[in-house]
Design a protein around this ligand. Sequence first.
Ligand code: DX5
Ligand code: ZN
Length: 252
Amino acid sequence: MAAFGTGTDCVQAATTEPRALRRPLPAANHEAMARTLIAPSILAADFAKLGEEVRAAEAAGADMIHVDVMDGHFVPNISIGPAVVKAIKPHAKTPLDVHLMIAPVDPYIEAFAKAGADIITIHPEAGPHAHRTVQAVRAAGAKAGVSLNPGTPVEAIDNLIDDIDLVLIMTVNPGFGGQSFIEAGLKKIEAVRKRIDASGRDIILEVDGGVNEKTAPRCIDAGATALVAGTAVFGGDPSQYAANIARLRKTA
Ligand code: DX5
Ligand code: ZN
């Protein structure tokens, strides 16, 4: 499998910074954040006109476009694959934030990177060797994210933190949009915030699931720097997206 490469490639991946991104990522440093990054999830967009939806979300103020990839195996729903990422890439000016809810994950990393994924976020449960998977993401030229499900302890990032660019805290069980926010996620955001600050690294702390105008400020107070939102952004027609996004940013 091309994504794995040889043993030598893997050693290089561990010691070499990832190749330059196609598009620079927004700054992630918590103190320096001028505003919270908003990553609309196209899972809630109109699939019959994804290009238009991506452009409308960016015109409305989106900082990244969140792409949920589901396989009907790791999660009980099937969404999209690399061909759709490739199709929307020319419509996106902001980074594509690709969330892989698939197992196995390693064989598909290169395909998603080639299709235009700027960030690739994986779940540690999706493969036997999470660190090797992170190495493969970086070797493919993308930024690496690790996602923690509601039932996954925060310790899962402890041995990965030096090699990742983003932590995604799931505040719903992955698989569907429109679910209710799981409150226990707030303590987990706080715990990951401490770990990121202690690491001194520039790591985006993103929250995904049930984010709306009520839960968003609580996530930000807990230490989140980026919010994924599907239903809360793509609700209504495109003329409402800017107001929808503005409501998610903390203005106080
Ligand atoms: C769930 C996905 C989410 C989902 C969020 O598995 O990872 O990104 O699209 O949808 P909302 O914002 O509607 O909860
Ligand atoms: Zn997601």
